[in-house]
Design a protein around this ligand. Structure first.
Ligand code: NAD
Ligand code: UDP
Length: 317
């Protein structure tokens, strides 16, 4: 283990944030999770309640805060279209003001700060697979813009704090990640399909299902994030983190039906506006700079996620 640090995780009560808190505590650090519980829940942190090195603070990152910190992982932001489109202005405020406030905190405390950006900065990509040098194809007036443009502008804030004030920043672009503790009701494809399959409900395939995504299991992703945070000072990023195995959304539905032995039928629903047609990360940079690549196979990752949602549904009965 390296030196014990004080580490702030914004969005710590969310899906990725809660896994990250666990991982950092297991490495012997002091962890403060900041979250306004917009999409996250304290339930995600129940394994950590009472841990002597863990603190939870309910706080909206668009409001400034002062804390002692050596490292800041900035994850707070609604992440699924359903949630980030509910209040697009709030999504933008969270991205922009939240990032500004966390960068100011990093600057004041001489902390290292990592930003959870997204593959959505590539929009509906014209380059496949996506490399970090691709500038993207985002529709600025579309319904996804509040998220995509918020993340793009936030990335710029990170690079400029690094250039102007020498704040040590790190930017990761996360591709679709799944696993236990995904928010059951946030409309993302993996959680929707699993819950529908387990409940015997229709599986809602948007469009003809030929659009592709590449799905990374949560523990692989967390490993990449932690490696990026602790990489050499001069490596700012951006760096893609994701699993390059690409599936059509229809293949995903069929796979989940098989794994759950479900009798659910696939039904088609309209494709949402600006839904990216193809997405797959080029992870060559992460492999070279972080010696990182995902290792959990989709069948295994989906099984863990199915087991999780089965227990959630059982509890809700
Ligand atoms: P999530 O919704 O489970 O977690 C986000 C957390 O941020 C929630 O706990 C929510 O309550 C909190 N939050 C939202 N607005 C806030 C605010 N103003 N102040 C404080 N807390 C706030 O989603 P996630 O999948 O864990 O995503 C975490 C981060 O990773 C997000 O920034 C997201 O954009 C990014 N990301 C995730 C994925 C993915 O596939 N999961 C892909 C790309 C990027
Ligand atoms: N999708 C689907 N049915 C659902 C939810 C999503 O067919 O019930 C599709 C969606 O149109 C998109 C893909 O699955 O093409 C991934 O959607 P998600 O919202 O999980 O992630 P994102 O589009 O942000 O990558």
């Amino acid at each position: 283990m390296g030196a014990r640090m004080k580490i702030v995780v914004t969005g710590g009560a969310g899906f990725l944030g809660s896994f990250l808190c666990e991982r950092l505590l297991a490495s012997g650090h002091d962890v403060i999770a900041l979250d306004n519980l917009y999409t996250g829940t304290v339930d995600n942190l129940k394994g950590l309640t009472g841990h002597p090195n863990f603190t939870f603070i309910q706080h909206d990152v668009s409001v400034p805060i002062d804390l002692d910190a050596d490292q800041i992982y900035h994850l707070a932001c609604p992440a699924s279209p359903k949630h980030y489109q509910k209040d697009p202005v709030m999504t933008l405020k969270t991205s922009l003001l939240g990032s500004l406030n966390m960068l100011e905190l990093a600057r004041a405390r001489s902390a290292r700060i990592l930003f959870a950006s997204t593959s959505e900065v590539y929009g509906d990509p014209a380059v496949h697979p996506q490399t970090e040098s691709y500038n993207g194809n985002v529709n600025v007036v579309g319904p996804r813009a509040c998220y995509d443009e918020g993340k793009r502008a936030a990335e710029t804030l990170f690079y400029e704090y690094n250039r102007m004030y020498q704040v040590p920043v790190k930017v990761v672009r996360i591709f679709n990640t799944y696993g236990p503790r995904m928010n059951k009701d946030d409309g993302r494809v993996v959680s929707n399909f699993i819950v529908q399959a387990l409940s015997g409900d229709d599986i809602t395939l948007y469009g003809d299902g030929s659009q592709t995504r590449s799905f990374c299991y949560v523990t692989d992703l967390i490993e990449g994030i932690v490696r990026m945070m602790n990489s050499s000072n001069s490596f700012v990023g951006p760096v893609n983190l994701g699993n390059p195995e690409e599936y059509t959304v229809k293949e995903l539905a069929e796979r989940i039906i098989r794994l759950t032995n479900s009798r659910s039928k696939i039904v088609h629903r309209p494709l949402p506006a600006d839904d990216p047609v193809r997405r797959r990360p080029d992870i060559g940079l992460a492999a070279a700079m972080l010696n990182w690549q995902p290792s959990v196979k989709i069948a295994e990752g989906l099984q863990h996620t199915i087991d999780y949602f089965a227990s959630v549904l059982e509890r809700e009965k």
